[in-house]
Design a protein around this ligand. Structure first.
Ligand SMILES: [Zn+2]
Length: 203
């Protein structure tokens, strides 16, 4: 083999190995209850682009929506409660791009009308939905896995305390971590698939 080609292939392999096996990126975001900048801008148009707060819930909402907008293969969501219009809109957009979306929600979260509206629109768009949880044992996860189902891919994990609801973004103290790491995503995939397989069929 030509020496230059061998060096090129070796470098290409190192890059591939880093991108697909070693690469780790972590970003932590918070929603706080003392965010006066955001309260003042609450109903302003394009709040997210104008707000200078580090902990702006609008920016966080847009960031989550954007990650979903960029999904290419799969979206797996385990979310106690999911009603946020912007994020539901992004999930519907993903379905229009023919992305496979699986959603596990808790039984009790479907009782409110808001939930019901989001639930109907997601189901109509072809999201596979399974309902978990019992009276004393909630499906209390709040995580989302983007493109984590492929061996040759480091996808994105969004995980933390935040339900994708009005209260989650506007009323509570919350934390959300964005994680890109092969080994962590395998753990999340296993947990999601375990819950998914325990429930007989989508509703
Ligand atoms: Zn803000």
């Amino acid at each position: 083999m030509d020496g230059t080609l061998a060096v090129f292939l070796a470098i290409a392999f190192v890059f591939w190995f880093y991108e697909n096996v070693l690469k780790t990126r972590i970003e932590v975001c918070f929603v706080t209850m003392d965010n006066t900048t955001c309260s003042n801008l609450n109903n302003a148009r394009n709040h997210g682009t104008r707000c200078e707060s580090k902990y702006c819930p609008e920016k966080l909402m847009s960031k989550i929506a954007k990650v979903i907008d960029l999904a290419q293969h799969s979206i797996d969501i385990a979310m106690y409660n999911l009603t946020n219009h912007k994020i539901v809109g992004s999930i519907l957009g993903a379905r229009k791009r023919n992305i496979d979306v699986r959603l596990i929600m808790d039984r009790s979260a479907l009782e409110g009308l808001d939930n019901h509206t989001a639930f109907i629109s997601l189901k109509t768009a072809g999201v596979h939905i399974k309902i978990a949880g019992e009276e004393k044992k909630l499906m209390h996860h709040k995580f989302c896995l983007i493109d984590t189902n492929r061996w040759i891919n480091v996808g994105m994990i969004i995980s933390g305390s935040l339900n994708w609801t009005y209260g989650g973004f506007n009323q509570n103290c919350e934390n959300v971590t964005f994680i890109e790491n092969r080994f962590t995503q395998n753990e999340y995939n296993e947990t999601f698939n375990h819950i998914w397989s325990k429930i007989a069929k989508p509703i």
